[in-house]
Ligand binder design. Structure first.
Ligand code: TXA
Ligand code: MG
Length: 353
């Protein structure tokens, strides 16, 4: 299959963008696959109501078929037909955070096929903030099922080039809207039960959610290593996601000690003839003298760290480093989501100094 790459960023005229969006919407209506930018990461879209189209997503990504997809909508009116029940807290969260980086899990209606929900009786729904994404969904006239547009197991794509790397030849079209804003996937909250439960942390933080609906439970699988005893409620969270090819280790502790430890680890690896990448911050980048050093931004600017993280993991993949040593970050607010992705990328390997 020939994958068409079309620019829809701010360098393009409105008519050009409109034309590209209509072409993409047409592909979606006909049951094809289109990758498109959202404010979180690039998504790989298909008609969420068409089981066969959703099936193509699993094939293109190499994704296990028990891992459900998020249905993306363009306005509130599109929510009701997908759900069997919309609880009051769901409405409050939607009013506060939609459009935006929040996904909510509801009991599904009969219209949503099990092929989209991985066999579950619930459906995850999100209204993205990125305008072109909502225009595309509205033009397609159907809810758009969209997981992150990466090959299963690779870090989520934050640029159209990342999507191209993974999916060229496997999908009909990629809409290139430039780098995404946030860089981490949406927050997921299950509102289908008695109490809201956080299934995946993201840019809508736990603190922000609790301001609107009071206490939110946290799925124990978020903090622990998924295994027999802790089964994540978001099936996708059990996979070793965001995994770089290298062996990654998080080093935590007082920052001076962390820098010393990473320097000594990299030295030993290089002496063994291996290559090592270092994930650090603006504050510390000049304190590393070996290895391939990449800063993800200033420690005080968590948004920048979130924005850069997946691109750095992919770059280390492209460079073929054998090891990645990373500094750790605070776990409040957005830091909670950042550290969640980093721990998964590291396969939960960590060293405390
Ligand atoms: O930011 C995002 O959410 C991006 C953009 C494209 O919108 N999408 C995304 O999709 O990250 P994906 O498929 O990579 O992650 C979806 C997660 C998976 O962990 C999946 O298991 C979970 O959502 N999920 C989907 N439907 C669910 C359901 N009914 N119940 C529980 N978890 C669900
Ligand atoms: Mg994903």
């Amino acid at each position: 299959m020939n994958t068409k790459l079309v620019l829809i960023d701010e360098t393009q005229r409105e008519e050009e963008i409109q034309k590209a969006l209509w072409e993409a919407a047409d592909i979606l209506r006909k049951g094809g696959l289109v990758a498109f930018p959202t404010e979180t990461v690039y998504g790989l879209g298909a008609n969420a109501l068409d089981e066969k189209a959703a099936g193509k997503i699993y094939a293109a990504k190499g994704r296990p078929s028990d891992n459900p997809l998020i249905a993306h909508i363009s306005c509130m009116e599109e929510l009701r037909p997908l759900t069997a029940k919309i609880p009051e807290i769901g409405i409050r969260l939607a009013e506060r955070f939609w459009p935006g980086p929040l996904t909510m899990v509801f009991l599904k209606s009969d219209r949503v096929p099990y092929g989209t929900t991985g066999g579950l009786d619930t459906v995850a729904v999100r209204m993205p903030e990125r305008e072109e994404a909502r225009r595309l969904i509205a033009m397609a006239g159907v809810p758009v099922a969209a997981p992150s547009a990466n090959l299963s197991g690779r870090p989520s794509p934050t640029t159209a080039q990342h999507v191209w790397q993974d999916l060229n030849g496997r999908i009909e079209m990629i809409l290139d809207g430039g780098p995404v804003g946030i860089g981490l996937e949406s927050t997921i909250v299950d509102v289908s039960g008695e109490r809201p439960v956080l299934l995946r942390p993201g840019a809508v933080t736990l603190e922000m959610l609790e301001e609107v609906v009071g206490k939110v439970e946290v799925d124990p699988a978020i903090s622990g290593i998924p295994g027999e005893d802790v089964r994540p409620k978001a099936p996708g969270m059990k996979y070793r996601h965001y995994a770089p090819r290298a062996e990654m280790v998080l080093v935590e502790g007082e920052i001076k000690a962390v820098v010393d430890k990473i320097n000594s680890l990299v030295k030993s690896r290089e002496e063994e003839g291996c290559t090592a990448g270092i994930i650090c911050t603006e504050e510390t980048r000049r304190q590393y003298w070996r290895g391939i050093v990449r800063s993800v931004g200033k420690r005080s600017q968590e948004e920048t760290i979130a924005h850069n993280l997946f691109a750095v993991l992919r770059e280390f993949d492209d460079l073929g480093v054998d090891y990645i040593y990373s500094e750790s970050f605070s776990q409040d607010h957005l830091g909670y989501a950042i550290m969640n992705r980093m721990k998964k990328a590291a396969g939960y390997r960590r060293i405390s100094v």
